[in-house]
Design a protein around this ligand. Structure first.
Ligand SMILES: Nc1nc2c(ncn2[C@@H]2O[C@H](COP(=O)(O)OP(=O)(O)O)[C@@H](O)[C@H]2O)c(=O)[nH]1
Ligand SMILES: [Mg+2]
Length: 221
C-alpha cells in the first residue's frame, strides 16, 4: 500500500519534470541540480563558481532549504537572480520536487538565463529520487564526511553526472583516503568525472568549471 503511494508521487513528479524539461529546452536554459548532505559546501562552491561563470554566462539560482534565506543572501552577492524556496511551506520536504521548481522558475526571466543552478535541500537520499527536469546533476562530498558515503548512498552517486570532492584544503588534518573514495565512487558509477576542489581557496575549480561550461554551451548554442 505504502509502496503504491510512493510510486504515485514519483509518477506525478516525473510528468511535471518532463514539462519543466520542455520549458527549459524551449528557453534554452541549462539546468544543473546540485546535491549533497548539509554542510559539504554546496553554497560556498556555487558562490565561487558563479563569480567565475557570470562574465560569460547569464546565471540564476534556485536554492532549497527547509527554513531561512541564508543561502539566497550569500548567493545573491554574485549578482545572479536568486529564488529561495523554503520547503516548510510544502510540508518541510527534504528535497525539491518538480512542481516546486516550476513555481520558482516562474519568478525568473528565463529568456535571459543560460545556466540555472538548483542548490537542492541538504540530503544524500531523497533529492536523488526526484527528477526536476534538469540537464545534469552534481553531488558534492566533502572530505570530512568519510570515504564510504558513495557506497552507503549509491543512488545519489549513480544518478549524478559528476562528483565534487570538496574541502581538500583540510586533507593535511584528516585521515581521509582519496584513493579509497575515488574507488568507491567508481564502484557505484564507473567513469564518473570527479573534481577535487577547495571551495575555500578556489583550488581545483578550472576542470570543474570547464566541464560545466562545455555542457552548457552545447545546449544553448
Ligand atoms: N575548510 C573548508 N571549509 C569549507 C569549504 N567549503 C565550505 N566550507 C565550510 O563548510 C561550511 C558549510 O558550507 P556551505 O557552503 O554552507 O555548505 P552547504 O550546506 O552544502 O551549502 C561553512 O562553514 C563553509 O565555510 C572548503 O573547501 N574548505
Ligand atoms: Mg547551502
Amino acid at each position: 500500500m505504502e509502496i503504491k503511494v510512493v510510486r504515485k508521487v514519483l509518477d506525478v513528479n516525473a510528468k511535471m519534470a518532463e514539462q519543466n524539461r520542455k520549458l527549459f529546452a524551449e528557453k534554452k536554459v541549462f539546468v544543473l541540480n546540485v546535491m549533497s548532505s548539509p554542510g559539504s559546501g554546496k553554497t560556498t562552491t556555487l558562490q565561487k563558481s558563479l563569480t567565475r561563470l557570470m562574465p560569460d554566462l547569464k546565471c540564476a539560482v534556485i536554492v532549497g532549504d527547509i527554513c531561512t534565506t541564508n543561502d539566497a543572501d550569500r548567493l545573491a552577492v554574485s549578482g545572479a537572480p536568486v529564488v529561495q524556496i523554503n520547503t516548510d511551506e510544502f510540508g518541510g520536504d527534504c528535497h525539491l520536487a518538480a512542481h516546486v521548481i516550476e513555481k520558482a522558475a516562474l519568478d525568473l526571466d528565463l529568456d535571459n538565463i543560460d545556466l540555472l543552478i538548483v542548490e537542492n535541500v541538504g540530503n544524500l537520499v531523497c533529492p536523488a529520487e526526484f527528477d526536476i527536469g534538469e540537464d545534469a546533476r552534481t553531488v558534492v562530498l566533502s572530505v570530512t564526511e568519510g570515504e564510504d558515503k558513495p557506497v552507503k548512498y549509491p543512488l545519489m552517486f549513480r544518478e549524478c553526472d559528476s562528483a565534487i570532492l570538496n574541502k581538500i584544503d583540510l586533507l593535511p588534518y584528516l585521515d581521509f583516503d582519496m584513493d579509497l573514495v575515488r574507488k568507491y565512487i567508481r564502484e557505484v558509477h564507473p567513469g564518473m568525472p570527479i573534481f577535487e576542489i577547495s571551495a575555500k581557496t578556489g583550488e581545483g575549480f578550472d576542470p570543474w568549471l570547464d566541464w560545466l561550461k562545455s555542457l552548457v554551451l552545447k545546449k544553448i548554442r
